[in-house]
Design a protein around this ligand. Structure first.
Ligand SMILES: [Zn+2]
Length: 248
């Protein structure tokens, strides 16, 4: 049971898989983010929640204690799928993890948004990568990496070479992908409490946004946009309300 619940909370999973996710949602017209809260009883946190993601990371508090985030992503992921909302890469079970607050959060999947969902001091990026991690209790930590346009990313083409443009048509990866190359060298970050950025917008998610952006080429970004049929897949900024953003 725990496993089923956990999976349904993971951002951007296939809408086919779980009853709570069968209500169709999107980024445009009458199913766009401002309507998510009305589409289903299960999605009401999308409009009623007070700790929603994404946010504009603006005023921050410097951490007095060094809270290191130890990222141990060593194993090449399993498969890649366009799930109708994003391109998602699924990992091999519990092989990669990060350590936050002395707890292990295992990497379940990662996926992309264009343009970025979170902003840093009002700056939007062309691409944001979300690594979705869960601990044994099913609590989530999303690790976000921003991308600017520039040099191509070496791992991107390896991932994309196996991608099927057909919805929910997962393909096994045929190349070894080095996840370290999808992470910046500097691990300084912003941390706040937030939510899934897709329905059901569940709260209580730890957000770690790495400060240092990576680059992808314009051509690589174009490949992702083509899969999305040039529709943006970023949820608009949400109010920060009483939350504090820690800078480390
Ligand atoms: Zn996401």
């Amino acid at each position: 049971m725990k496993k089923i619940l956990l999976s349904s909370f993971i951002c951007c999973l296939s809408s086919m898989t779980f009853a709570a996710e069968t209500i169709h949602w999107g980024y445009d017209k009458d199913i766009s983010p401002e309507h998510w809260g009305e589409l289903s009883e299960n999605y009401k946190t999308c409009s009623a929640g007070k700790n929603q993601t994404p946010i504009n990371i603006n005023s921050t508090y410097a951490s007095t204690v060094k809270h290191k985030v130890d990222i141990e992503y060593k194993v090449s992921p399993k498969d890649i799928v366009f799930n109708g909302h994003t391109v998602q890469v699924n990992t091999k079970d519990d092989s990669d993890y990060l350590v936050l607050d002395n707890q292990k959060f295992f990497l379940k999947q990662f996926h992309f948004h264009t343009p970025s969902e979170n902003q840093i001091k009002g700056k939007s990026y062309p691409l944001e990568l979300h690594f979705v991690n869960a601990n044994a209790e099913g609590q989530l930590t999303v690790l976000a990496v921003m991308f600017e346009l520039g040099q191509p990313n070496s791992e991107w083409n390896k991932l994309w070479s196996d991608l099927s443009n057909k919805e929910n048509d997962a393909k096994d990866l045929t190349h070894t992908v080095d996840l370290e190359k999808l992470l910046p060298k500097k691990r300084e970050y912003y941390r706040f409490s937030g939510s899934l950025t897709t329905p059901p917008c569940s709260e209580g998610v730890n957000w770690i946004v790495l400060k240092q952006p990576l680059t992808i080429s314009a051509e690589q970004l174009k490949q992702f946009k083509a899969v999305l049929k040039d529709e943006a897949n970023n949820r608009p900024l949400q109010p920060v309300n009483g939350r504090i953003v820690i800078e480390d």
